[in-house]
Design a binder for this molecule. Sequence first.
Ligand code: C2E
Ligand code: CA
Ligand code: CA
Length: 747
Amino acid sequence: MSKKPNQTKQPNKPNPLRKKAEVQLADAPQAEAPARSAEELLHELQVHQVELEMQNEELRRAQLIIEESRDRYVDLYDFAPVSYLTLTHEALIAEVNLTGAALLGEERNKLINRRFSQFVAPQDRDRFHRYFMFAAQHGDRQYCELALVRGDGAVFHARLDCLHMRAGSGDSLVRIAFADITERKHAEEELRIAAIAFESQQGMIVTDPAGVILRVNQAFTRLTGYSAMEAVGQTPAMLQSERQDKDFYRRMWESLQQKRYWQGEIWNKRKDGKIYAEWLTISAVAAPDGNVSHYVGTFSEITENKEAEAEIHRLAYYDELTRLPNRRLLLDRLEQALAFSKRHLRYGAILFMDMDNFKTLNDTRGHDIGDLLLIMIAQRLHAAVREGDSIARFGGDEFVILLEELSEDVSEAIIQVGQVGEKVQEIIAAPFMLKDMEFNCTTSIGACLFGSHEESVDDLLRHADLAMYQAKKSGGNNLRFYDPAMQATLDERTAIENDLRQALAKRQFRLYYQIQVTSTRHVIGAETLLRWEHPIHGLISPLQFIPLAEETGLIVPIGLWVLHTACAQIKDWSEQPATRYLQLAVNVSPRQFRQPDFVEQIQQALAASGIDPTRLKLELTEGLVLDNVSDTIAKMLAIKALGVGFSMDDFGTGYSSLSYLKRLPLDQLKIDKSFVEDISTDPNDVVIIQTIIGMAHNLSLNVIAEGVETETQLELLNHYGCRAYQGFLFSKPVPAKEFEKLLVQFV
Ligand code: C2E
Ligand code: CA
Ligand code: CA
């Protein structure tokens, strides 16, 4: 719309021509009026003309006002901050304001009669049509948000306010006010993202610059136990565990002030009092003026990280296939074991194992089968070692066993190693079922003791490895010590073990008898003591071979032989007047006693010899009895019922408790020789002996002292109330024939 020319606004000047015409016109109707003077007429005319001019002036002014307001309206419309356009009932652009044209990125004249939908992004066109139709048909006001495309192709989000109108012609029109809301949309989006991020798995706290909590998220509540209500308005000090000192917090604030950032591990306290570790990051939020406006703290519990750490640890220190510790972990443990054995003067050992025929299996049956075997070996090895010992896979078919806390005695430690080695060989020798195939396997073991002198982990492993090669070279399926002297000890032991297995068949065992007497040197009986007559080593003490016999189980047949030999001796003596009333004591070892048919064995020995059962007495130790009290009592009662007696051997060295003594069907307590030995010098031993004798009297048991070597010991024992004795003072253990000769010296 163009503006009107401005000439009307010029000041009014009298126009003589117009004035004349006006006068003429005015004259005409008044022709028949009474005649007036020319002067009067002229005056009237003049007045009239002034009036007319005044009216003209008002008209012009009103017109001016209208024009001005119209201009203002057009300005308002065109330059309004809102875009306007009008669409025809066919959705063609009928008219648009300048703001709208600018927003659509086209010149106004190029927009007229264009289809508005051309400016709607394709994905929103359907929606636009629906809104438009609705607005056009229902005459309703409709709002919608659409993506619009500018002339240059840029897309922006617009909010459209559509109003249905009817034109003067009666046509339907839709007047649309629209605005760019792209920024608002972005802001909304960002808020939404921020809100989601805030409700993350991590705990979050937002504080003001003074540290007062403004906001916390749900993870915060989950991790600390405090609700948002409880936390807002407080400071994070509410979580302090007092595990960190003031210095810690001072450093934290320093970092925050300097770097506007702090990160680290911190111990905090939950609402329920539980202390937990968290990984905390604090960032300062700067306002546009550069000052800190907020602090944002995010934290996660480290226990979760600890689990991840455990997994990393597992991967780093354990073998994937067998789940056994790997070389790295073993080296670590070995280092500690070396330090331990040095401190505690106990030996330790490593066994370096290598399968003898693994490679062939792997080559012929494939790696899967090989792997299967390794897994099975690992499982079996677990069963072969004690709780505290470690097994590691070193790679390939190599395994290492670390034995700790072995004996302080080197020969004993060597024997312990030998025993483990033997057990390992035994369990590996049992056939493996590899899918459909039975596989037999052997292993070569190299052994090394440690603890006696300074040695490094590397040396130890190298030595064990070398020893393993020695084992391989000598045909495999055996154990070798690196140290030749140790190997000799083990060999000797192995040889003795082999000999012991044959000793019974080769009739190398002898029974010796040690006399037992009263204070008046009246002979009451004897203890049978076993001897092994070795073809090379001569007479071997039971102290040396009984433990070996226990471990190997050989004690069972050997014990049976002792029992039968003793019974035969009783039988023999029962037929001689001098020995008829003697009672024979037989030592019974734990493993022997634990035989399920032990009672029957006694029964059979009694029946086979046909002796008076009361001539037989069994010596049990406290350790044996306490191993399984109820089973022991049941067996003892059954044997007691046969007429056989019981003596408690080495009494005083074990628990010696009255409560269990009362429950056992005993006849005798045998005071251990260690107390007798020091009876004249150690007042404590005197007290113990007195106590034992007192206990025996209370329980109606008799007492015998063993290891009596001197007259003084005998006198003192007699003084304290002991009435039976055994010891070198009277005689050493001797063979039966000598024993019989001995008797003449006694009464
Ligand atoms: P023990 O049952 O305590 O046997 C007593 C040990 O003390 C015997 O040692 C004996 O010779 C020794 N002895 C006897 N009088 C004296 C003395 O005055 N002074 C000293 N210092 N020692 C004395 P031995 O014969 O060497 O037997 C050792 C151990 O072997 C026995 O200790 C017993 O535990 C075991 N043992 C012996 N024979 C058998 C057996 O037939 N079966 C079982 N299971 N163990 C046996
Ligand atoms: Ca004994
Ligand atoms: Ca004894």
